[in-house]
Design a protein around this ligand. Structure first.
Ligand code: ATP
Ligand code: CA
Ligand code: CA
Length: 436
């Protein structure tokens, strides 16, 4: 479970899938964003748009390298969600499809989902199960309303829901979402917290081999860790978390976690792991040549740097002015020139893209947190049958992770509230404990 991926290149087993995912996103997102904006209707939440890609292409769909089918779900809803999350449409397309480079994290969880990072590390593509896909469509409206009412929501930000199908292949559903972790900072420690203790331990021995592994609740408790927030920040954080959990309880969601990445300000980026990581995540780099693979150069003349800068500028203007985008132009290569860091706004991401630890007196602490609630598409019905049954046989019922959604959420909040406190508060607590 280390956040280091492998580059997906032409020799990679999943190259074709990744290529088709990106081609589908590029075409469907630019198609939707080229239209003049309008308010959402109920029908937008149910909408799906199918495209068939082939080597020849046609007037609606540009030629592609492989034959495949692509489905775009609720394109207008996701367009609006991307706007709510303050993504620039041109930046979004360029991060994902400017160069066809992804890195694959493989399947870090036990669910079998695959994770891919965009080459600039801002976005994550996660393949999801059919049940999760159906569920997201079902709750999309409530999710949308929640995000609208809660600009600081800690829930995963969903930017797109799609499906690819290759000839003779399985249907692959996937979502595009935010990477909670920043490309420009070392994350010194990562925790995936559920508020449960059963099975929530990453082996400390393995940690020596895998210093960047994602740790869990028991590792957190063993380290007597705290989310060191002063009173004001704790209040804001817990209030938002409560609102988010309330929604999930209502929708009968469970098995989600709070993902916490910790950057130690004193350590900074000196560990130098970052360079190694970025090599993997951003293999295109700015280097002279080689890795910088452009799939369209196979089909088209590769434009010069100046030419592609101009085209990308035009593309951006067209998306902004909402004129239709001629397909040929969206398939041109998009250069690095236009890459700008997108800084996520909002209460919990506004200090260097993260949340700075604070002392009791509100002075800044040593750590910078990058956090959010992830894996929030598991409906209780799915898991109930599996886990509640066999785990319930052996373990203490309140400690297993497959509690009903109401209890799951309450336990989650209780755990988070219990571990969120300033270093000073934590020290006093510890003194009291020892005295008792
Ligand atoms: P399981 O159901 O077994 O928990 P999963 O396949 O559903 O696994 P997730 O729980 O969504 O996977 O994520 C697995 C790991 O991937 C997380 O613990 C975290 O390390 C990383 N990860 C997931 N989502 C994000 C994100 N948005 N930003 C950064 N890292 C993430
Ligand atoms: Ca999970
Ligand atoms: Ca999961």
């Amino acid at each position: 479970k280390v956040l280091v991926g492998t580059k997906v290149d032409e020799n990679h087993a999943n190259w074709t899938t990744a290529y088709n995912m990106l081609t589908g996103i590029r075409v469907s997102v630019s198609r939707t964003n080229a239209k003049i904006d309008r308010p959402l209707t109920d029908a937008d939440f149910e909408a799906k748009q199918k495209s068939t890609f082939d080597i020849a292409g046609n007037e609606l769909v540009p030629s592609a390298k492989y034959d495949f089918k692509f489905k775009d779900y609720a394109p207008w809803v996701f367009r609006h969600l991307r706007a709510l999350f303050r993504l620039d449409p041109a930046d979004y397309l360029m991060s994902l499809t400017g160069k066809y480079i992804l890195s694959e994290l493989g399947s870090p969880g036990k669910s079998g989902s695959f994770f891919y990072f965009s080459r600039d590390y801002k976005y994550i593509i996660k393949t999801i199960h059919h049940a999760e896909h159906k569920f997201l469509r079902k709750i999309l409206k409530e999710y949308y309303n929640h995000v609208t009412d809660n600009p600081n929501t800690l829930l995963s930000q969903f930017y797109g829901l799609h499906r690819v199908k290759m000839p003779y292949g399985k249907k692959i559903h996937f979502v595009v979402m935010n990477n909670l972790f920043p490309p420009h900072r070392d994350i010194h420690q990562t925790f995936d917290l559920k508020g449960s203790t059963v099975g929530r331990d990453y082996s400390e021995e393995d940690l020596e081999k895998n210093p960047r592994a994602t740790l869990k609740d028991l590792n957190w408790l063993r380290r007597k860790r705290h989310l060191e927030l002063g009173i004001q920040k704790k209040k804001a954080f817990m209030e938002q978390l409560q609102r988010d959990v309330k929604l999930m309880q209502k929708l009968k969601i469970m098995d989600y976690s709070l993902l916490v990445g910790i950057h130690d300000v004193q350590k900074g980026n000196e560990e130098n792991l970052r360079d190694k990581t970025l090599q993997v995540f951003n293999p295109g780099g700015d280097g002279p040549d080689g890795e910088d693979f452009d799939p369209h150069s196979v089909l088209m003349r590769t434009p010069s740097k100046l030419e592609s800068a101009r085209k990308a500028r035009e593309l951006r203007q067209m998306i902004k002015s909402e004129r239709p985008i001629p397909m040929a132009q969206t398939s041109s290569r998009m250069p690095e020139v236009l890459e700008e860091g997108h800084v996520r706004g909002g209460l919990f991401w506004n200090e260097d893209g993260g949340l700075r630890a604070t002392h009791e007196d509100n002075t800044p602490g040593q750590e910078l947190y990058y956090l959010g609630v992830i894996d929030c598409l598991t409906h209780y019905g799915v898991i109930k049958k599996l886990e509640h049954f066999w785990k319930g046989l052996s373990s203490d019922k309140t400690q297993i992770s497959a509690l009903p959604p109401q209890e799951y959420g309450d336990r989650f909040l209780e755990f988070m509230a219990g571990v969120t406190m300033s270093a000073e508060e934590a020290a006093r607590d510890e003194q009291d404990r020892q005295a008792a």
